[in-house]
Ligand binder design. Structure first.
Ligand SMILES: C/C=C/C(=O)SCCNC(=O)CCNC(=O)[C@H](O)C(C)(C)COP(=O)(O)OP(=O)(O)OC[C@H]1O[C@@H](n2cnc3c(N)ncnc32)[C@H](O)[C@@H]1OP(=O)(O)O
Ligand SMILES: NC(=O)C1=CN([C@@H]2O[C@H](COP(=O)(O)OP(=O)(O)OC[C@H]3O[C@@H](n4cnc5c(N)ncnc54)[C@H](OP(=O)(O)O)[C@@H]3O)[C@@H](O)[C@H]2O)C=CC1
Length: 447
């Protein structure tokens, strides 16, 4: 039995759940990995010069044992997230520490502590097997998976599962991720695959869409409302392309920050009208490595006021971190919110706290999403209210290049990866709905 037989079953129109359940599992499968004995390979290099193409490998690996509450999924497509870039450059720390720590939780979690890390935090595919205690999903189900892995043995996580002390990001802080032909997930990561999308389109939104939903829309985040002005950094990037759609769909006004006319055009195509090209404007929020320039914050704020007709922003959707955070705090309206989920340009932020406390602003930390938030975000995709922002699709063999593109900010929106899917465009089950939204689905393609 090989993965080819699995693919044949998925592509045959009449395979039933019983047929999938009867398919023997292969002994091994192909997966994107980083290697524990290479974690020092980039020592001494600047972040920018650490090249994911050198650390990312395509290996044949054994199928992991299936535990209670888990599912093995045949992965048709996945996508590249920035967390896989971090893993591949071993920053801010090697992810093998996470696997070692997880391996100590129980006899079963020991499986995760391996000399290789199978990475990837998105997938679209078909359930192959479910473990004991799984009733909601069965072999043959077409699914996407969100990346929240929780144990939920402590009371702490039972109001909001993101607060579980054993909360992990699957494929980053756990092994057996989605950039592979087969993945191991907890069954409470599974959600229905939107029928109007191909495998690679369905795999693209997952992580960033759920994150942007919690960060901007959810009561756990900024609770955006109609009429809010929302400043969105990297508005045509992974997170930003969903934040922009949420702002528009929710009756808010996005002020999109991008770094090229091409990216500005993408934002216009999404329906945004207020756009700032940070490269063209030449903002230098830092005079040197240690000193910010408040005059530049003010120049940025003035530009926002010009665009909004004199208003400041209610919410800043933050993730660049050190480079922009001082400006983000400054330009937020009195009583407004800066909601942050990352620090791509550096995690030691500096801002002038007088502008925070005197103007009663709030900083909210946000991280991924709980199952319900991920479900609601996926539901919006399934209803055609929010669309994938897939630009380019790579083969599994080319994942290193795909991660390099994201690391170097050469991409737009999301970058997809075909895993078992032999070509793009497969897996669409609802052609009528697709036809209704085809222009929006293709907005980011091949630009
Ligand atoms: C969905 C996608 C998301 C993304 O893309 S996010 C971007 C990528 N992710 C990242 O860049 C984050 C990567 N992770 C990290 O950098 C680290 O992961 C953290 C900085 C988040 C945490 O570091 P750590 O070393 O794990 O945590 P500690 O808490 O500093 O150290 C653990 C030890 O410190 C003890 N400790 C914790 N809090 C306290 C306290 N308040 N007072 C005293 N001790 C404390 C603990 O118990 C434990 O101890 P013991 O080692 O003995 O188990
Ligand atoms: N905590 C969480 O749950 C999550 C955290 N993240 C983190 O968020 C970050 C962004 O992820 P994602 O959106 O997928 O990445 P992308 O690279 O797809 O998009 C980020 C965008 O941010 C902009 N940007 C990058 N650097 C700077 C800078 N120095 N100043 C201003 N803008 C900048 C770029 O847009 P432009 O050049 O056009 O301005 C870029 O397109 C990563 O660090 C990632 O790890 C991501 C998802 C979930």
């Amino acid at each position: 039995m090989t993965v080819k037989d699995i693919l044949d079953a998925i592509q045959s129109k009449d395979a039933t759940s019983a047929d999938f359940a009867a398919l023997p599992l292969p002994e091994s499968y192909r997966a994107i990995t980083v290697h524990k004995d290479e974690t020092e390979m980039f020592a001494g290099l600047a972040t920018r010069d650490k090249d994911p193409r050198k650390s990312i490998h395509l290996d044949e690996v054994p199928v992991p044992e299936l535990g209670p509450g888990e599912a093995l999924v045949a992965v048709m497509a996945s996508s590249v997230n920035y967390n896989s870039v971090w893993t591949s450059i071993f920053e801010p720390l090697s992810t093998f520490g996470f696997l070692e720590r997880y391996g100590k939780v129980s006899e079963l979690t020991k499986r995760h502590d391996l000399p290789y890390h199978i990475i990837g935090s998105d997938l679209a595919g078909v359930v192959l097997r479910t473990g004991p205690g799984v009733n909601a999903w069965k072999p043959g189900d077409e699914v996407v998976a969100h990346c929240l892995s929780v144990e939920l043995e402590s009371s702490d996580g039972h109001n909001d599962t993101m607060l579980d002390p054993e909360q992990r990001i699957w494929g980053f802080e756990t092994n057996f991720g989605g950039l592979a032909e087969i993945a191991l997930v907890k069954s409470n990561q599974l959600m229905p695959k939107p029928g109007h999308l191909s495998w690679e389109e369905a795999a693209a939104p997952g992580l960033v869409n759920s994150t942007a939903y919690r960060q901007l829309v959810s009561r756990n985040g900024a609770q955006m409302k109609q009429g809010d002005n929302v400043l969105i950094w990297g508005a045509s990037g992974g997170l930003g392309s969903y934040a922009t759609q949420f702002a528009l769909a929710g009756g808010a006004t996005p002020i999109c920050v991008v770094s090229s006319p091409q990216k500005a055009e993408i934002c216009r195509k999404m329906g945004a009208e207020l756009i700032i090209d940070r490269s063209a404007e030449g903002y230098r929020f830092w005079k040197d490595e240690n000193t910010q320039d408040p005059r530049e914050w003010k120049r940025f704020g003035k530009r926002i006021r010009e665009l909004t007709g004199g208003e400041d922003v209610d919410i800043v959707f933050e993730h660049p971190g050190r480079e922009t955070f001082g400006a983000s705090v400054y330009v937020t309206r009195k009583g407004g919110t800066i909601v942050t989920c990352a620090s791509t340009s550096g995690y030691n932020h500096e801002y002038d706290n007088r502008y925070l406390w005197m103007s009663l602003k709030r900083i909210i930390g946000s991280h991924f999403a709980n199952y319900r938030e991920a479900w609601e975000a996926n539901r919006l995709i399934a209803k055609g209210k929010i669309h994938p922002t897939l630009s380019k699709v790579y083969s599994l063999e080319e994942t290193g290049q795909a991660a390099y593109d994201v690391h170097r900010n050469l991409h737009q929106g999301k970058v997809g990866v075909l895993c078992l899917a032999p070509e793009e465009g497969l897996g669409v089950r609802d052609e009528a709905m697709r036809a209704q939204h085809i222009d929006a689905i293709n907005r980011f393609r091949n630009i």
